[in-house]
Design a protein around this ligand. Structure first.
Ligand code: NI
Ligand code: MN
Length: 227
């Protein structure tokens, strides 16, 4: 079984095949998070881009748990200089990790690192788990038409930002659902701050009225099982 947990903002935990995969671990300074960096398990950490609300507590968690950090080449290089074990990949490239096949996808966004270093291009993640599930994490991005190609894979769960201002807002995220056609969509990157406040239940109603996709609204710390 594969379990997906939302820790608030863009931080997601995936448990699959006995591995804990932590995505964009922004916890300590995340006003929505219900756990601290030392309370989360990570064998692998995926970092989508260089912004502070995504790199977050990566260095602290990775060092403490000896987790392998997977990110684009530039972000991985920046993290490895801080003593973290990394595996660099880049957009369009996939690799067979112990937990499944992971591909970096395009994201329309920025990626400067917290100290101003160049963070390369931002990415999303497409994960094919060992138990046959396909998970698309769009991460921070605007809408782009090639989400349709990702949808051709037959996505079980897509995590999409709906917060607007920095990423897709509710209307573009609805268009994204129509391009991807996932079984389940998990809305993320909203309500962390007033700037990205959204009525997620109104969005759920609209998506479920216009598509066949089920919208799973989680509170930080809650999980959904893909069985
Ligand atoms: Ni960002
Ligand atoms: Mn962000």
């Amino acid at each position: 079984m594969t379990t997906v947990t939302w820790y608030g903002h863009a931080c997601i935990g995936i448990e699959s095949g006995g591995y804990h995969i932590l995505v964009d671990p922004f916890l300590r300074d995340n006003p929505a998070a219900t756990i601290k960096p030392d309370q989360v398990k990570a064998d692998f950490i995926l970092v989508s881009h260089g912004h502070g609300d995504h790199v977050g507590d990566t260095v602290e968690i990775a060092k403490k748990q000896d987790a392998l950090v997977i990110s684009n080449f530039e972000v991985a290089n920046w993290l490895s200089k801080q003593g973290v074990r990394t595996h660099p990949q880049h957009i369009g490239g996939g690799f067979h990790h112990p937990f499944g096949y992971l591909k970096l996808t395009q994201a329309v966004h920025g990626s400067a690192l917290p100290d101003g270093s160049y963070g390369g291009n931002p990415a999303g993640f497409l994960l094919y788990t060992a138990d046959g599930k396909k998970i698309y994490l769009a991460c921070d991005t605007g809408l782009f038409g090639d989400m349709r190609l990702i949808g051709e894979e037959g996505i079980d769960l897509a995590a999409l930002p709906i917060g607007d201002n920095f990423t897709m807002g509710p209307l573009d995220a609805l268009k994204a659902v129509k391009l991807i056609n996932p079984q389940i969509v998990l809305p993320i990157h909203y309500n962390t701050w007033d700037l990205i406040a959204q009525d997620v239940n109104a969005w759920k109603k609209q998506v479920e009225a216009e598509t066949k996709t089920k919208v799973v609204v989680l509170k930080p710390g809650e999980s959904v099982n893909l069985s």
